[in-house]
Design a binder for this molecule. Structure first.
Ligand code: CA
Length: 226
């Protein structure tokens, strides 16, 4: 059961949201202050919130400030509750890291529907769980990296697919040759290195800041779990 943190100082509103969440199979937690929300998020643990419903108007600090501080240590999705149109402009216009917003007055059921949409949108596909930047489309023999389709040769594709299927596992050159160059008898270990090199160049072309393939000297390669 996923925990949803409600940050709202109006108890009647908080109660109605909590009720709707519970009815829909979520586990709601409620705090009335921004500071308490940040504390709850820092604490983490087994029932760490999967999403935060955050009112903009709070007694101790406004929701924007809560979100700004939250973003320094957490990527938890945030849905803002807002009462005024100028607040919407801030949510939409400034990139404060909100995933959605709902304007007051709202129906709690509608809010819960938004919660579901945001959680579903952010749920990584199975392979991407360990390597969030990739999307493997095995049926099409294609891999996307940070949303962009990669132009890969057959062996580059098979090499990256093999690494993706074993996230955070070090695969030796021999293992990679065995799995990727199946049937190619005269493959050399340096063939693996050459393909890793060209693969890295293609990934760097998409995002120079990321180097998802890790070299383990004398052992092999792995995909960084991130
Ligand atoms: Ca309020």
């Amino acid at each position: 059961m996923q925990t949803i943190l409600i940050v709202e100082d109006e108890l009647a509103i908080a109660d109605s949201i909590a009720y709707a969440l519970r009815t829909d199979g979520f586990h709601p937690r409620h705090v009335s202050f921004g500071g308490a929300a940040l504390e709850a998020m820092r604490a983490g643990g087994a029932d760490a919130p999967a999403l935060v419903v955050l009112d903009v108007g709070l007694p101790d600090m406004n929701g924007f400030e809560v979100c700004r501080q939250l973003r320094q240590f957490s990527n938890v999705p945030v849905i803002f509750l807002t009462a005024r149109s100028e607040e919407i402009d801030r949510i939409v216009g400034l990139e404060i890291g909100a995933d959605d917003y709902v304007t007051k007055p709202f129906s709690p059921r509608e809010l819960v529907a938004r919660v579901r949409v945001v959680l579903r949108r952010l749920a990584p596909p199975p392979v991407a769980a360990a390597s969030a930047h990739f999307e493997l489309r095995a049926a099409e023999a294609r891999i996307r990296f940070r949303g962009q389709p990669l132009e890969l040769t057959r062996y580059e594709y098979l090499l990256l697919k093999t690494l993706l299927e074993h996230p955070a596992h070090v695969l030796s050159r021999a293992q990679l040759m065995d799995r990727v160059w199946d049937g190619a008898r005269d493959t050399l270990e340096r063939t693996v290195d050459a393909h890793v090199k060209s693969l890295r160049a293609k990934l760097r072309a998409v995002d120079p800041a990321l180097d998802p393939i890790q070299t383990h000297r004398g052992m092999g390669y792995s995909l960084v779990a991130a």
